[in-house]
Design a binder for this molecule. Structure first.
Ligand code: GAL
Length: 709
């Protein structure tokens, strides 16, 4: 069963890492003036079953590592002279929730929140925009005010909407009476004139500032970011703000090289930016709710999101998890769909159908503005299962053509490629290697029986736009679920990028079909010493009209570009320079060269930014490359690089995208894998310079300086 935790114990599904039980213990002081306030502690995510005590008082236990839990500690806390507070968190991470690497322990942010006893409730605002025209948007604001005083209270509730320039665009204010130990929901409707609509290309945000006042004193301020936009899923496809948009999506788990699942916000932003640069406009948070910061970043950079419930479960705890996901997330304009489940064994079964109905109804009740989805791999037409959700997901349906048949046989069904294809390639590898566990980069040579190539999945959508789009499995490789190999492989190969975010060749296929940026890409590399005269398969991706291939200045012919496809040549290897020249409307459009390189000569380091925040959390992502004397990347280099960091930062982690690397991620050294490795530097909380050097035996070293401000 997909929702059976034992499934996760399949060899390697969690990357062969040990699990265990851990304890956190922390002391903190609260000043005497906090006594009388509402003090709560919020855990955004603790992987494993967590139990929390404050000053010896048991506060509670929470099961899911993917949903938030908070505890009111106002009574159990000690204030001022009463002494220090001791919080203990026990995490039992020996059980799994999924079949991918999930980590263990407190891995998302934890907040200590202090409010007045009269305050906006937790997740207490809900903003919708039911009517949007070019002239005006109606904004409905629902606010829940919680009175935890022992007396009834009359307060003023003011709601101010400001645009990105900080200008007020709408305002409403009224008096509200809230009985003691009670809460009330207040509904306001305001108009925003000439609204700027949110979309991936124009991710315009508005901010609602809610203030609760008693007399002249503002006792609580609460900020909600939201967007104005309309969405509609139809039989013909998806409409955003009334215009058809194809979903160019990837599914992703939450880990990254060097840090496991405990990603600083900056690393989440880095990962999302890589996807955005590839032309991706949608992100499926597979198969669980993401960390809230990920959604805030998607709002900001313009990335549509399928937000996903962990499992098909209508028990009280299953419903509570779903409810917390929707209440937490429903103001994010980036979210376009709520996904109820993924590939559950009860798909197409009567019991599954009833459970799904309950989940979908709860979702519609809490947020009627977005459709529900089930991401299915079987049972589409059994026991009314598909009728329970607004959109029916087809995981790998293209290969089986099930989605095409169902579109014609079920006249009301709306279809989405919820998990469309896996490219299953290893970065920089061009031949099957069963010993080290690598898959070649020519898409389709290794293909799981249930999948199809990324190229095929995208072509299916172009030919049949009613498929709404693709969600490729996955944007980046992830730790765990090594497929097709097990040990020594510890990571998946499904990604369009590796675990460090280094692009595989198929990344350039997507760039060619998902972006307008002039580009041409060529594979493989041209370092085939010992294979002189042997035929090498050369593939080219481009968004030009035709491409000429040249070897050492001699033409190997021009081919018209295959629409949404790739070109192939067979080229007898001779060392030198292979060039792809792309033309559009007869003009030179883009050019790409690969050269036979010399042996490794130097380490090269490229930071993503040289100015970071000295806030103790910011991260500089440093791409480390091994180059020859002429400064070409050596695409087969595996030199080990040693890092030293001096000044205002430290090493957060290292990685290289090699799915079979067993080197530690928390270390001051890493081997390159096919020319590259990655270093993450984290700032401290004191401003200053961070000087980073990379050295490797026999090579010239590199040094970079980052300013932490
Ligand atoms: C899908 C599943 C994913 C992952 C993938 C591997 O069926 O939804 O979680 O397991 O297969 O191919």
């Amino acid at each position: 069963m997909r929702n059976d935790p034992n499934l996760g114990s399949r060899p390697g599904s969690h990357g062969y890492l040990p699990t265990g039980i851990g304890l956190y213990r922390k002391m903190f002081a609260l000043p005497a003036e906090d006594c009388g306030k509402k003090i709560t502690i919020h855990f955004d995510g603790v992987m494993g079953v967590s139990t929390v005590w404050l000053n010896g008082h048991l506060l509670g236990t929470h099961e899911s590592g993917y949903t938030e839990v908070h505890y009111d500690i106002s009574d159990q806390a000690r204030y001022g002279d009463e002494g220090n507070n001791v919080i203990v968190v026990r995490v039992d991470a020996t059980r799994y929730e999924g079949w991918w690497y999930e980590g263990g322990g407190i891995y998302r942010h934890t907040w200590l929140q202090k409010t007045d006893r009269l305050h906006v409730a937790h997740w207490g605002t809900y903003v919708t925009t039911p009517h949007v025209t070019e002239q005006r948007a109606e904004v409905v604001i629902r606010t829940v005010i919680h009175n935890e005083y022992e007396k009834d209270r009359v307060c003023w509730l003011t709601s101010t909407i400001v645009n990105e320039a900080g200008e007020m665009v709408a305002f409403t204010s009224e008096s509200v009476e809230v009985a003691w130990f009670d809460q009330v929901e207040v509904e306001n409707r305001v108009d925003v004139a000439l609204p700027q609509c949110w979309s991936p290309d124009h991710p315009v945000l508005y901010q609602l500032i809610t203030e609760v006042s008693m007399g002249k004193k503002v006792v609580d301020t609460y900020e909600t970011h939201f967007g104005i936009r309309t969405l509609a899923f139809t039989r013909e496809g998806f409409l955003l703000n009334g215009k058809p948009v194809l979903l160019k999506g990837t599914c992703n788990h939450q880990d990254f090289a060097g840090v496991g699942v405990a990603l600083p916000d900056r690393v989440i932003a880095y990962k999302l930016q890589l996807l955005k640069e590839m032309g991706c406009n949608a992100y499926r948070s597979a198969h669980h709710p993401p960390t809230p910061e990920l959604l805030a970043i998607c709002d900001r950079i313009g990335m549509m999101v399928i937000d996903e419930n962990r499992k098909l479960d209508s028990s009280p705890s299953g419903l509570a998890d779903l409810e917390s996901l929707i209440r937490r997330d429903r103001n994010h304009p980036s979210i376009i769909v709520w996904c109820m489940e993924n590939e559950e064994i009860l798909e197409g079964k009567i019991t599954g159908s009833r459970i799904l109905r309950t989940l979908a109804n709860l979702t519609r009740k809490l947020d009627p503005t977005r459709p529900t989805l089930a991401a299915m791999n079987h049972g589409w037409n059994g026991e009314g299962y598909s009728d329970q959700v607004d959109i029916v997901g087809y995981n790998y349906g293209q290969r089986k053509q099930q989605d095409l048949t169902d579109h014609f046989n079920h006249p009301s069904r709306i279809i989405l490629g919820s998990e469309s294809a896996s490219s299953t390639t290893t970065r920089g590898i061009y031949a099957i290697d069963t010993e080290r566990g690598y898959c070649p980069s020519y898409e389709g040579i290794y293909m799981p029986s249930w999948s199809c190539t990324v190229e095929k999945a995208w072509n299916d959508v172009i030919e049949n736009p009613f498929l709404t789009g693709v969600f490729l499995w996955t944007g980046l490789d992830y730790r765990g679920e090594p497929t097709p190999y097990r040990w020594p492989c510890i990571s998946s190969h499904f990604g369009i990028m590796d675990t460090c975010g280094f692009p595989k060749d198929v990344y350039y296929y997507l760039k060619s079909v998902w972006t307008e940026e002039p580009m041409v890409h060529l594979l493989p590399h041209w370092n085939w010493a010992g294979k002189e005269g042997e035929l090498v398969d050369v593939w080219v991706y481009s968004n030009g009209d035709e491409v000429e291939l040249q070897l050492n200045g001699r033409t190997l012919g021009m081919q018209p570009m295959i629409k949404a496809g790739h070109l192939e040549w067979k080229v007898p290897f001779e060392p030198g320079e292979l060039t792809a020249i792309s033309y559009k409307e007869g003009e030179l459009f883009a050019e790409k060269k690969v050269k036979t390189t010399d042996s490794p000569y130097r380490v090269h380091m490229e930071p993503d930014r040289t100015d970071i925040q000295a806030d103790g959390t910011d991260v500089c992502v440093v791409k480390v490359a091994i180059r020859d004397q002429a400064d070409n990347l050596v695409p087969i280099a595996d030199n080990e690089v040693y890092f030293t960091v001096e000044g205002a930062g430290t090493i957060l982690g290292v990685g290289n995208g090699n799915p079979s690397s067993h080197e530690p991620d928390k270390a001051n050294r890493r081997r390159a894998f096919n020319g590259y490795c990655l270093l993450l530097i984290q700032s401290g909380s004191t401003p200053g310079e961070i000087v980073v050097s990379g050295t490797s035996i026999g090579l010239q070293s590199a040094q970079i300086t980052i300013a932490a401000r």
